[in-house]
Design a protein around this ligand. Structure first.
Ligand code: HEM
Length: 451
C-alpha cells in the first residue's frame, strides 16, 4: 500500500501524509529491517525521497535521511523531539531514567552534574586503571594465539566495566554484577516484553533488582571516600551550586552508563581490528606511531593520547563504516515541519546513522577503509558536521566519547607493538547491523607475536 503527501484528507496532519508504505500486514517491514536495514533504507529513499514512512516493530515511523536532517533532529533548536519517548520502547523498562531517557530541562540539569565525572581529573584516574588492567588481558589473547575476537573483547569490556566503572576487583561479586548487567542488556533486546517467568525479560528485571540493592548498599561509603572509579565519581559529583544526585539517581545513571559503554566499545574495536587485519599497511602505520611515543611499559600517559593521530583516524573510520548505534529514535512532542513535510505530534522519528555513513555522495567509495578521510587533507573540515554521527550530536551527544577513544587507544597501544593481527587467508566477514553492529561469526583472528 502506497500513499503520498496530502492523502489523509482531513485538516490535522497525519502520518499517512508522509510518503511511504506500511509493508506486510501486522509485521510491516520488520524483517526487511532486521535482515538488511541499509538496503531497505536505500530502497525506501529512492522510491519516496529522504523523508519516508514505514512500519516495523508494530509501529509506524518516519525516517529522515541526510546530514541536514540529522542536524535538525539532534540539535533540536525547537525542543521538538523527545529522546525518552523515542528510546523507551527499546530500553525503557530496564534502563529507566538513564541520561538518554531524560528530556529537555531535567536532562540538562542531570547532564550538568554528570559531566563532573568526565572532566580531565577523573579521566586520568580511569586511564590509569585501563593501563593497569588491559595488558594481562592482551597477554592472555596472545597466549591463546587463535581465538574469536568479538567474544574476547566483549569479555574485556565487561571486566573493565566492573573495575573501571564500579571499582570492584575481579571475583565472585564482580561476576554476579556482570551476570546481572548482561541479563539486563539481553532482556532489552528480547522479543517478549513482559517479565513472564523463564524469559529474558524476567531475568533482566531480576538483574536490575540485584543491581539496585547492590549499588545502593555501596553508596554511603562511596560518597565519603576518595576512590577514582566512575561510580564513586558519580556519588561525589556536584554542580557549582552544590546539587548532587540522590541514591536512586546514582543507581539509574550508573546502570545506564555501563550499558551505554560496553557493547559500543566492543563493537567499534572489533571493526577496527577487522579492518587492521585486512589492511596490514595500516596496522604497520599505527604500530610505528605507537612505538614513536617511546611509552614506558606501553602505558599511555594522558598527555600523549592526542599524539596518536593516525590511531584516532583509524578508529573514526571504523566508527564510520560500522557505527555501533546504527539508528537513533525520537518522538515528536508537537507537529514539526521539516523540508516541506509535517511530522505530526507523537510520531516516532528515526535518524539512520548507518545510512548517513554509507552515503556515496558524502563518502566516496563508502565500503573502503580509508582513515585519511578524517585528516585535514582528506576533507574533514569541509564535510557537513552531521555527516559523521557515531556519537550522536546536540544535547544528547555521547558523554563517554572521550572515554571510548581512550579505551580504544590503550588497547591498540598494548596490542600492536607486540602482535600482528592476522585474519584467515582470503577471509571476509558479514556484520549484523541490528540491534548493534557485530560480526556474524565472532571474527576469528590469530595474534602472531612480534619478536
Ligand atoms: C564507541 C563507543 C560509543 C558509541 C559509538 C556511543 C554512541 C552513543 C550515541 C549514538 C549516543 C546518543 C544517542 C542518542 O542521541 O539517541 C550516546 C549517548 C550516551 N553515551 Fe555513548 N557511545 C559510546 C561509548 C560510551 C561510553 C564509553 C560511555 C560512558 C563511559 C557512554 C555514555 C553515554 C551516555 C551517558 C549517553 C547519553 C547522553 C545524553 O543523553 O545526554 N557512551 N552514545
Amino acid at each position: 500500500m502506497t500513499t503520498h503527501a496530502g492523502e489523509s484528507g482531513n485538516g490535522a496532519p497525519h502520518i499517512t501524509d508522509i510518503p511511504g508504505e506500511r509493508g506486510l500486514p501486522i509485521i510491516g517491514h520488520t524483517f526487511d529491517i532486521i535482515r538488511d536495514p541499509v538496503a531497505f533504507g536505500n530502497r525506501m529513499r529512492s522510491k519516496y525521497g529522504p523523508v519516508y514512512r514505514s512500519h516495523s516493530f508494530f509501529r509506524d515511523s518516519i525516517t529522515l535521511i541526510g546530514p541536514e536532517a540529522n542536524e535538525f533532529i539532534l540539535m533540536d533548536r525547537g525542543k521538538n523531539f523527545s529522546s525518552e519517548k523515542g528510546w523507551w520502547p527499546y530500553i525503557g523498562k530496564l534502563f529507566p531514567r538513564g541520561l538518554m531517557l531524560l528530556d529537555f530541562d531535567e536532562h540538562k540539569a542531570h547532564r550538568h552534574i554528570m559531566t563532573a565525572a568526565f572532566k580531565s581529573g577523573p579521566m586520568k584516574g580511569y586511564l590509569e586503571r585501563l593501563n593497569d588492567d588491559i595488558p594481562s588481558r592482551i597477554k592472555a589473547w596472545g597466549d591463546k594465539k587463535s581465538f574469536q575476537f568479538y567474544p574476547a573483547i566483549k569479555q574485556l569490556s565487561l571486566d573493565m566495566a566492573t573495575t573501571v566503572f564500579l571499582g570492584l576487583d575481579p571475583g565472585p561479586e564482580s561476576q554476579k554484577v556482570n551476570k546481572a548487567l548482561t541479563d539486563m542488556v539481553a532482556a532489552s533486546m528480547g522479543v517478549v516484553r513482559v517479565p513472564v517467568p523463564g524469559t529474558k525479560m524476567a531475568r533482566g528485571i531480576k538483574g536490575r533488582q540485584f543491581m539496585i540493592e547492590f549499588l545502593g548498599s555501596l553508596i554511603p561509603e562511596r560518597r565519603g571516600g576518595d576512590a577514582t572509579d566512575i561510580f564513586s565519581q558519580l556519588c561525589r559529583a556536584e554542580d557549582e551550586n552544590g546539587n548532587r544526585f540522590t541514591d536512586q539517581e546514582i543507581i539509574d545513571h550508573m546502570i545506564f552508563l555501563w550499558m551505554a559503554a560496553h557493547d559500543t566499545i566492543t563493537s567499534s574495536v572489533t571493526t577496527l581490528v577487522y579492518e587492521l587485519g585486512r589492511h596490514t599497511e595500516w596496522q604497520e602505520k599505527l604500530r610505528t606511531e605507537i612505538k614513536s611515543l617511546g611509552l614506558n611499559d606501553d602505558r599511555v600517559p594522558f598527555d600523549k593520547l592526542n599524539d596518536l593521530t593516525l590511531t584516532e583516524y583509524a578508529f573514526k573510520e571504523a566508527l564510520r563504516m560500522n557505527p555501533p548505534v546504527p539508528a537513533m529514535p525520537r518522538q515528536t512532542v508537537r507537529d514539526v515541519e521539516f523540508s516541506g513535510h509535517i511530522l505530526p505530534k507523537g510520531s516516532i522519528v528515526g535518524i539512520s546513522t548507518v545510512a548517513t555513513h554509507r552515503d556515496e555522495e558524502t563518502w566516496p567509495n563508502p565500503q573502503s577503509f580509508d582513515p585519511m578521510r578524517f585528516s585535514p587533507e582528506g576533507g574533514a573540515k569541509e564535510r557537513h558536521r552531521y555527516a559523521w554521527i557515531p556519537f550522536g550530536g546536540g544535547a544528547h551527544m555521547c558523554l563517554g566519547l572521550h572515554f571510548a577513544y581512550m579505551q580504544a587507544k590503550v588497547i591498540m597501544a598494548h596490542l600492536l607493538p607486540h602482535y600482528e593481527i592476522v585474519l584467515p587467508e582470503g577471509y571476509s566477514t558479514q556484520f549484523q547491523i541490528m540491534p548493534l553492529i557485530k560480526p556474524v561469526d565472532g571474527l576469528p583472528v590469530t595474534l602472531k607475536a612480534i619478536s
